[in-house]
Design a protein around this ligand. Structure first.
Ligand SMILES: *Cc1c(COP(=O)(O)O)cnc(C)c1O
Length: 402
């Protein structure tokens, strides 16, 4: 008998260009931050990183809220934290449902003991504020309205200000999913009057998945502190979590130390670029991509005027097999794009240019790869038309700037 251990294969991962609905490509500086030494979660050096992260989050959320932190867990943990903490059993909550993530919010409201009142719009369409106004009028004493800002499942961007105004008028909290929008397009928490907002690390912040930034304003904190019942989740109990992120530093659960380093570095990158410049970059690359796919004869799925600038949903053309195309993009070009979900499964593609993935070279790469894949499926696309259309957008932008 030998005591030597058996050989175990090491990890071997491909370098992909991630152009789906998330995760996005992680910036090398963020990967380096992940590999810094792990210190104790109560180490003074780490507490400083936590304070720094909260301060950076306030700037990216454009808020003066005291409560700004990262929930341990992915975007869905942020969603759950934003709902279970501010809802008590029996509370009525109006939930906008026009895609998968609105559906998930309604599910969580119910699990938290709340009574969800669903305001629906077809997938690909925004919510109608008049529907929300009617629901608020018909249900006096509504605790909160919950809506998704950038509905990643459909590509729809929901204007938030009209909904925020209605919430103020009816003294309801406004709970917003900014998982895909934060760091890619404006999320003006204070100016727009958003009470509770959560996000995710792996979309436009270009961090690996595992943390959910969250902020809440005074009105929301008042509701939280006035609860008559315990929060129905121990792990996501914000009053307890806050006493770790706040001055008391009570141990609640061990913070994912290195992930917080990564988020800190990702937020630093966002602010070094500048919010305005970053949003403009996302818009420009998004416009170039849209021009390119339109030149190939593909049709956008989300309603015009309500499209997420950095996540394009397009209809899979008649006679083209969704899965074959996506498999080919991955196998031949190392490019990942997203497919549809639920009712849009097999019917749409979702091409994300999120955070560090939002680059001209990626736009040109995905257009060229898509053109080749469509041609292989027998759908004749004029060679080079997509790239030329995208380049024309960049040239026009450079002309306007110069
Ligand atoms: C990705 C996403 C989520 C869920 O985040 P996970 O990190 O997958 O848990 C929630 N809402 C929206 C709008 C998303 O795009």
């Amino acid at each position: 008998m030998t005591t030597a251990g058996e050989p175990v294969p090491g990890l071997d991962l491909p370098q992909r260009t991630l152009l789906g609905p998330g995760p996005s490509n992680v910036h090398p500086r963020v990967l380096r931050a992940l590999s810094l030494p792990c210190v104790g979660h109560l180490d003074p050096a780490f507490l400083e990183v936590m304070n720094g992260t909260a301060a950076l989050l306030r700037r990216v959320f454009e808020t003066r809220n005291r409560l700004a932190m990262a929930v341990s867990g992915t975007g869905s943990a942020g969603m759950e934290a934003a709902l279970v903490n501010f809802i008590e059993p029996g509370d009525t909550v109006i939930v906008g449902v026009n895609g998968l993530f609105g559906e998930r919010m309604a599910d969580i409201v119910e699990r938290a003991g709340g009574r969800p009142v669903r305001i629906e719009a077809p997938w690909g369409e925004p919510l109608d504020p008049d529907d929300v106004a009617r629901a608020l009028a018909a249900n006096p004493g509504v605790r909160a309205v919950a809506a998704v800002h950038a509905e990643t499942s459909t590509g729809v961007l929901q204007p938030l200000e009209p909904l925020a105004r209605l919430c103020r008028e009816h003294e309801a909290l406004f709970i917003v999913d900014a998982v895909t929008s934060l760091g890619g397009t404006e999320v003006k928490v204070d100016e727009w009057g958003l009470d509770v907002v959560y996000s995710g690390a792996q979309k436009c912040l270009s961090c690996p998945p595992g943390l959910a930034p969250l902020t809440a304003g005074d009105r929301a904190v008042e509701v939280l502190l006035g609860r008559k019942t315990k929060v129905r989740s121990w792990y996501l109990d914000l009053p307890m979590v806050i006493s770790y992120w706040g001055a008391e530093r009570f141990y609640h659960h061990t913070a994912p130390v290195n992930m917080i380093y990564a988020l800190y570095e990702a937020l630093r990158l966002v602010l070094e670029e500048g919010l305005e410049a970053r949003f403009a970059r996302h818009r420009l690359n998004g416009r170039a991509l849209l021009a390119g796919v339109a030149a190939m004869g593909l049709e956008p799925f989300a309603r015009e005027g309500y499209r997420i600038p950095m996540l394009l949903s397009v209809k899979v053309p008649e006679g083209v097999d969704d899965l074959t195309v996506r498999r080919e993009l991955l196998a031949r070009a190392n490019v990942e794009i997203g497919g549809g979900l639920g009712p849009t499964r097999g019917r749409i593609w979702r091409i994300g240019l999120l955070g560090h993935s939002s680059r001209r070279e990626n736009v040109l790469l995905v257009l060229a790869a898509l053109e080749a894949a469509l041609n292989r499926q027998g759908r004749r696309v004029e060679p080079g038309a997509a790239l030329a259309a995208a380049e024309a957008v960049y040239a026009a932008a450079a002309g306007a700037a110069g």
